[in-house]
Design a protein around this ligand. Structure first.
Ligand SMILES: [Zn+2]
Length: 398
């Protein structure tokens, strides 16, 4: 049993991962222009006899769904990765051509646009399809190779989930998200809720500011100081919640006491917090000011632009989380750790919202979205081994 699973780890080829990642990086695929790279993936599958379908809401922004094994014979794992990238915005700062993937002299880094976010990780997924193509599996190993992660997900993962809902693509039991996680288990993500708070004063001539005016900007300043800062809460899978006041608008002229000032608040929530609970916290903080300041008045709009995302988690006792934790230890020798970081959202939230156990597991890299973006090749190799072990474990590969 041990030697069987060890053999899957040993069969992961660092060179195949790097070559496949390089093939993907060579094809520019800024969000909105993913067709060429998806055509490549589709042809790559055909050449290897790997079953796949191309599914698209917009034919110019397709997704490739590929699989090995039989989805009706047991659990289905789907590895999700996106092939769209952000544009090259500061070409002059690159030391290499962003679309000519170059390995550093010491063999440790792979440079190129999308190398870190996240073509190299998709390369790992493709190598997994290759590796398990001949295996006997209980169930199936799929890849959801998608467009449109950096922009909206509407043409990418959300479209794939619509197809799953419609019964045209098998529903996965477990999803791997390959975005960078420093090889730690990312089983939760912060949710997002926004607020607009309008502080109300009384406009007046500056000369009578102390008599008739109520300065709404000064009231906003009190409110901001009461809200902005560290939040003393912690979740072991994701860390602290976050609050940030990100815009402010107030005043009409340099000689008029402002009658109104509004701010927008971006609040990132952790499991256990809800839209309602954080709304109550914000009200409590502001109402405490009003106790000593009868002129302190505000109106609170919750989620004014409709972007609410609940905090989402796949619990620690999920077979997927457990399998990943065992694999991390088997491959790295390290005690498994959760990815407790100041990180943004991934497409994993959509699978969790559909009730599918989902874990983020990916490599480290540097300068994602910036010049000289690079993936760390040792991590890609470890990611491949962790994936291979987890897949072999969950699908009883032999
Ligand atoms: Zn990404």
């Amino acid at each position: 049993m041990v030697s069987e699973t060890a053999s899957w780890i040993d069969r992961v080829s660092r060179d195949r991962i790097v070559e496949t990642a390089q093939d993907l990086i060579r094809i520019p695929s800024v969000s909105g222009n993913e067709k060429a790279v998806m055509d490549f993936v589709s042809a790559w599958c055909t050449a290897r006899g790997i079953q796949h379908v191309v599914t698209a809401k917009d034919p110019e922004r397709p997704n490739v769904i590929a699989w090995v094994g039989d989805p009706s014979s047991g659990p289905v794992i789907a590895m999700n990765g996106h092939l769209d990238t952000v544009p090259v915005s500061d070409a002059g700062s690159w030391r290499t051509d962003p679309f000519d993937p170059v390995v550093s002299d010491d063999g440790k880094k792979l440079f190129g646009r999308g190398s870190s976010d996240m073509k190299s990780s998709v390369g790992v997924m493709m190598v997994m399809l290759e590796l398990f193509r001949e295996a006997r599996l209980d169930g199936a190993l799929m890849a959801h190779i998608v467009s449109d992660e950096e922009t909206s997900a509407v043409y990418g993962t959300l479209h794939v989930l619509d197809e799953i809902e419609a019964g045209r693509i098998p529903r996965p039991d477990y999803v791997f998200i390959g975005e960078g996680s420093q090889l730690k288990v990312r089983n939760a993500e912060r949710g997002i809720v926004g607020f607009r708070i309008t502080f109300q004063g009384r406009a007046s001539h500056t000369a009578v500011a102390r008599v008739h005016g109520i300065n709404a900007i000064a009231k906003a300043a009190k409110g901001i100081l009461a809200l902005e800062g560290d939040i003393d809460k912690f979740h072991p899978s994701i860390g602290h919640p976050v609050i940030s006041i990100n815009t402010i608008e107030g005043g009409v002229a340099h000689n008029v006491v402002p009658g109104e000032c509004s701010i927008t608040v971006d609040r990132r929530i952790i499991p256990g917090e809800t839209k309602e609970s954080v709304t109550e916290e914000i009200r409590a903080a502001l109402d405490a000011i009003a106790v000593d300041d009868p002129d302190f008045r505000y109106a609170l709009e919750v989620d004014p632009w409709g972007g609410y995302i609940p905090a989402n988690i796949t619990e620690e006792d999920s077979p997927l989380v457990q399998a990943f934790q065992r694999s991390v230890t088997a491959v790295t020798g390290n005690k498994p750790e959760f990815f407790v970081q100041w990180a943004g959202a991934t497409d994993g939230r959509f699978y969790r919202a559909a009730g599918i156990d989902t874990v983020g597991m990916g490599p480290s890299g540097e300068n994602a979205h910036g010049a000289n973006e690079a993936a760390f090749i040792d991590d890609l190799e470890s990611q491949g081994k962790i994936y291979a072990q987890t897949i072999a474990d969950l699908l009883r590969a032999r």
